[in-house]
Design a protein. Structure first.
Length: 580
């Protein structure tokens, strides 16, 4: 890994976006390569006021490259009036159309990108490929926007009005491209607590009712047997029959007492269930749900859509858990032919369900590397075959830790099983920090250095979030409809894919004389290498001296824009030029 101190160049798309004249002159050629017209024509049967959907979507795709912020500016101050075929309402109607399959459109765009890259020897990469999952907050200012809620920001530890955007991205060895996404809202902890209490009581009542039915069946059987023995005893008195009759009578009496006690407890549980349901209903009607009051929820925009439409499917996803959506995205990606070497996730997405899914997909050929939270979870150690909590594992093995000069870290590896699935646990301590971090992988032959190098690829999705928000307006859709939010995010991701392709050709290699090759002095360093260099320099200055946790600092620095601005102020251009 090279140590390059040119840490000012930390954006893939900044130079491309700023040079608007160059990008607009070549944009039509890039769009031809992606066959956008043929992709958009799939939805031409959904004509909007007599205008083909493909024409409208083609115009929406080039909006940010002409310096136009929104559709209103495009209509009022467009580049050419001949290019604008309809009024602004026509564009809004297209974005609000719940019948357009935006997920399919994005996947077609991704497939075309992969095809163009793989069919060019100069552009094709032989490096490690990965599917990466992560989420980010899409901030909004209006509470009337459909499905909007207050979501928890893990960086600032505050609740922010907006959505949680879960993105599934593909790293082909050189570029990151988003391939799927889902928008989520968060219900809130207070409502969850009341709901959990209600369902707990409901489950308890169900168990008690099952026990009561078993007792009734046992009492009925004993009564039937008692009648048989009494009839026999009536014909001819027998000591054995008399003994059996007495035993059965005692059993029936004890069962009857158990039944009475159980019926009393059932009555109490039913009362508890009724009161818990009233609390749950009261919380829903009067308390805050999704961080909004009942009045605010009532005033939210609601659109009636067909249950067979794609918009209805997206609305259902908003209430689903992110783990379920992640597994669905992974299945769709593999089904579409995108089979990576690894799946990379942070600690929020590591779970048994993901491990189980990867075991089934492609016969376990796709490996997992994940950051894991250190809580009370248990792992079965291979050597001793004992199930131990993760904190006990650290206490038992930390003395065997090795040093890694490349990453200035201490680490030790523990071979283990997690709920029947074989994994390797790597415990890592960065620099002078006293806190252990846990990385898990299903690739049992992977060394620590290779593990860290591959896991660093995950930062490419953080850079995608930063660039898309800064240059393509990822959070800037102000429409009230959920369909428009999905449409806007899809278009932004397609624009990012096109820019990634443009950058791949112009700043790294040339293809068929389409674009002129630039001089070697302007060739940018690889994205992941530059990020690693930047983090290493910061680690030398801050982490090593002050004992700050390096891994946590990485996440905070990339996700928090305020920190980035402060660093830029601390390192002006003159200072950076001296360090080159």
């Amino acid at each position: 890994m090279q140590h390059d101190k040119d840490i000012n160049k930390n954006s893939e798309l900044e130079n491309i976006i700023k040079n608007s004249e160059k990008i607009t002159s070549s944009l039509s050629d890039v769009m031809k390569h992606f066959n956008l017209k043929s992709h958009f024509q799939i939805f031409d049967f959904l004509k909007c006021k007599g205008i083909a959907i493909s024409s409208l979507l083609s115009i929406l795709m080039i909006l940010p490259f002409y310096g136009v912020a929104n559709i209103y500016q495009l209509v009022k101050c467009g580049i050419k009036k001949d290019d604008i075929e309809g009024k602004k309402t026509t564009f809004y109607d297209t974005l609000n159309n719940e019948n357009i399959n935006w997920r399919k459109l994005l996947m077609l765009h991704v497939k075309r990108f992969i095809y163009l890259i793989n069919n060019n020897i100069n552009l094709k990469s032989t490096k490690t490929t990965a599917i990466i999952f992560d989420d980010t907050i899409i901030t909004k200012t209006g509470k009337k926007i459909e499905k909007v809620s207050y979501v928890h920001d893990h960086v600032s530890h505050r609740y922010i009005l907006g959505y949680k955007l879960l993105v599934c991205g593909f790293w082909d060895g050189e570029s990151f491209v988003p391939i799927d996404f889902s928008l989520h809202r968060e219900r809130g902890k207070r409502d969850k607590k009341v709901k959990k209490e209600f369902f707990k009581i409901k489950k308890k009542l169900h168990k008690q009712e099952l026990e009561l039915s078993k007792l009734n069946s046992q009492i009925d059987k004993n009564n039937a047997r008692l009648e048989v023995f009494q009839q026999k005893n009536a014909v001819k008195t027998n000591k054995i029959n008399t003994l059996k009759i007495n035993n059965l009578s005692e059993k029936i009496i004890s069962k009857q007492k158990q039944k009475e006690d159980l019926q009393k407890s059932i009555a109490t549980t039913k009362t508890q269930k009724t009161s818990a349901y009233k609390r749950f209903k009261r919380e829903y009607l009067t308390g805050k749900l999704y961080g909004l009051t009942p009045k605010e929820r009532k005033e939210q925009f609601k659109k009636a859509v067909s249950t067979k439409s794609h918009g209805f499917t997206r609305r259902k996803e908003a209430n689903k858990g992110k783990i379920d959506c992640m597994l669905g995205m992974l299945s769709r990606a593999v089904k579409a032919g995108i089979v990576p070497n690894y799946v990379l996730v942070d600690s929020w997405f590591f779970c048994y369900e993901l491990l189980e899914k990867l075991q089934l997909l492609k016969k376990g050929a796709i490996k997992l590397i994940a950051m894991v939270r250190i809580h009370n979870q248990k792992y079965t150690i291979c050597q001793t075959d004992k199930e131990l909590p993760v904190k006990v594992i650290i206490n038992n093995h930390y003395r065997s830790a090795r040093k890694c000069k490349k990453f200035n870290a201490q680490y030790f590896c523990v071979k283990s099983w997690y709920k029947g699935i074989r994994i390797n646990l790597f415990f890592v301590k960065m620099g002078r920090c006293n806190k252990w971090h846990l990385l898990a992988t299903t690739n049992l032959s992977l060394s620590f250095v290779n593990l860290m190098e591959i896991y660093q690829i995950r930062w490419s999705i953080e850079v995608f979030f930063k660039e898309s928000k800064q240059f393509l307006g990822l959070s800037n859709c102000s429409s009230n409809t959920f369909d428009a939010q999905i449409a806007h995010l899809t278009i932004v991701m397609m624009q990012h894919i096109m820019l990634s392709f443009y950058k791949r050709i112009n700043y790294q290699q040339s293809i068929g004389g389409l674009f002129q090759a630039i001089s070697h002095e302007m060739v940018e360093l690889d994205l992941v290498t530059r990020l690693l260099n930047m983090f290493i320099e910061i680690m030398k200055i801050i982490c090593t001296c002050k004992g700050i946790d390096f891994i946590e600092f990485q996440a905070d620095m990339i996700k928090n824009e305020e920190i980035q601005l402060k660093i830029q102020k601390m390192l002006p251009d003159k200072v950076l030029q001296k360090t080159e």
